[in-house]
Every structure is written in C-alpha cells, then in structure tokens.
Design a protein around this ligand. Structure first.
Ligand code: FO1
Length: 312
C-alpha cells in the first residue's frame, strides 16, 4: 500500500465489475474485492466460481478481454473430448480454466474453505489484491421462467437468456454466513463500492447474505454504487430484463431505489444527468461522468473519478 492511498472495498460480480476493479487497482494500493458466489456452478463434478475467476484472471492479465470471461488464448480440448463422451458442452470451459476448477474442487474435497482456496489461487496467479468470497457457504441464484426453475448459468448460457424472467431466488442465503474478513474490510474502508454489476444477480445475492445488508446500512454514507445502466439499457448483460421482471424501473433511478437503504452515493452516466433530481429525492447523492469502460484508460478514468470526486 502507498501511504495516503484511499482504502477501498468493492463488492463485485459479473463481467462488468472486473473493469472497474482493474481501474481501481491501477489507482490505489489498497483495494479489497468481495466477490459474489451466487453464480457458482457444479459441472462434470467440478466447482466453478465464475465471478471469483473473472477477477483473478483480470488482475493477472489473463482474462479474455473481448469475451469478459475465461483465459485468453485458452484451448478447448477437454470440452471436445467431453462431447465425444456424449456430454453437454454448452458451457465453454477452456483447458487452463478447467485446471482452476479441478484444483479448487480437490481442495474443497480436502476440507479447505473457499476463502482460503481463493487466497491460494491469488498467490499462484501473482495477484496481490485481496479477493474474498462473500461467504464460504453455498448460495445459488436460480431463475424462474416459463420453462421452470433453473440455475442462473443454465438460464443465461444454456438457454441464452431467451425466456421471460418470472422470478429470482437466492437459494441458501438465509443459512449462509458472511466471511468475517469481508465484513471487516467494508467496515475499515474509506469507500465501499457496489460495482456496476447486475443488481439482481451479481450484487443482489451478496446483499441477501445475512449481516451484509445490516453492515452496509450502518456505513451507508461511505457506500457508492456505480450504475450498470445508461438510460434504460444495461451496459452489458440482462440487468434490464431482471429489473423489469422484478417490477423495478429499468434506469439508474430504478437502481437507486434498490440500493438507497445501503448507499448514499451513486455514479451515473452524464447522459442520465436529468435523472439526478429524482435520485437525490431518495437521499442519494449523484455524481455523473462517462461510465462506459471500453478501454483500460476508461477503466482508470472512472476509478480516478470515484476516488477523487465522491465525498463521503
Ligand atoms: N458465459 C457465456 O455466456 N458462455 C460461456 O460458455 C461461458 C463460460 C464460462 C466459463 C468460465 C467462466 O468463469 C465464465 C464463463 N461464462 C460464460 C461467464 C458466466 O457465465 C457469467 O457471465 C457470469 O457467471 C456472470 O457473472
């Protein structure tokens, strides 16, 4: 850590979050990432943690930047062989990525918890930023559609998000306990950021883990959310569809209504400036800038803006 650096914790999940995490790490030496686990998924007997892996690969400069997930230039021989064996191969698990899932699964079977395994993984990938799963317990985001109830990965990857969302459940969250290190990191930070991830499937599952919302309510003044939407469109992914299904206005204002109990600040795109007054009426301070992060320079610019402009 460089002296005078802001101490930051960011609650992150989904492919949009990693860009801001990378920007922050480039701007300040003390960043802790608290990761969503609701999209973790068992496949072929392997335990996958896409949100954790995306952050680890992103910070290790291994992430496939265009796809936003998996390892760049990875090969898919394992998957091809699974196809030969007659298995479903809709989840594009690369060979090197499979090694991550395999070693993690073995460590879990040997009694290690997810937080320890993630710490070990960071060391192996030479990532010095702390990455803490929100909980070591199982929390599964499940989507109800006209086809029935299914895991988020099945809804989004297998069925390509085609079916109308009728409901979202976070199975296991009522029994899950937050990692104490995650709660302490939030408590001790100068600024706590809710990353521009899907509020229902990336950030939402974390807020449902017992104790997390309560901690954020306490420290609300130093919590800032970054909008994953510009106007009524999500920057990427199905955030808008989920919000509409939940009866929430698909806009940064709608996002602010979801978060106003836990955050006193929100960063929105300059194009949405006209919404600021409505958001301020929720007792949420509004900051506007360009929130699209299409380049590494844009990631750093948004990170700088948050660190310098958001007054807590
Ligand atoms: N997303 C896809 O749309 N298709 C895939 O085949 C896919 C594979 C995949 C493999 C490893 C990984 O860590 C993530 C992967 N993702 C894939 C992304 C993932 O499904 C979601 O975007 C995240 O879970 C959302 O948080």
């Amino acid at each position: 850590m460089r002296s005078g650096d802001a101490v930051i914790t960011i609650l992150a999940g989904g492919t949009g979050s990693v860009k801001l995490v990378r920007g922050l790490v480039g701007k300040t030496g003390d960043v802790t990432v608290v990761s969503n686990v609701g999209d973790n998924y068992w496949l072929y007997g392997l335990y996958m943690c896409p949100d954790i892996d995306t952050i680890v690969y992103g910070l290790a400069d291994l992430l496939d930047y265009d796809r936003g997930w998996g390892i760049k230039k990875d090969t898919f021989n394992f998957l091809r062989q699974m196809e030969v064996f007659g298995e479903e191969t809709w989840f594009r698990m690369g060979d090197r990525d499979t090694a991550t899932h395999l070693i993690r699964t073995n460590m879990l079977k040997n009694g290690r918890n997810l937080a320890d395994i993630t710490k070990w993984m960071c060391e192996r990938f030479a990532v010095s930023t702390r990455i803490i799963p929100i909980t070591d317990n199982s929390v599964e985001t499940r989507i109800t559609t006209s086809k029935g109830d299914m895991h988020l990965q099945e809804f989004w990857v297998k069925y390509r998000g085609r079916d109308k969302v009728e409901g979202i459940q976070y199975v296991g969250c009522e029994k899950a306990r937050p990692n104490p290190e995650a709660i302490n990191a939030m408590h001790d930070s100068d600024l706590v950021i809710l990353a521009p991830g899907n509020p229902l499937t990336s950030i939402g599952p974390m807020l449902q883990v017992k104790g997390v919302r309560k901690e954020l309510v306490k420290i609300r003044k130093k919590v800032v959310a970054v909008s994953p939407l510009i106007g009524d469109s999500a920057v990427s992914g199905p955030a808008g569809d989920y919000m509409a299904a939940a009866g929430i206005e698909t806009s940064p204002y709608g996002l602010a209504t979801m978060y106003s109990d836990v955050c006193a600040n929100i960063v929105i795109d300059t194009k949405d400036r006209a919404m600021a007054k409505r958001i301020r009426n929720l007792d949420v301070q509004v900051y506007d800038t360009r929130i699209l992060m299409r380049t590494k320079a844009a990631e750093q610019a948004l990170a700088s803006f948050i660190i310098k402009q958001v007054r807590v």
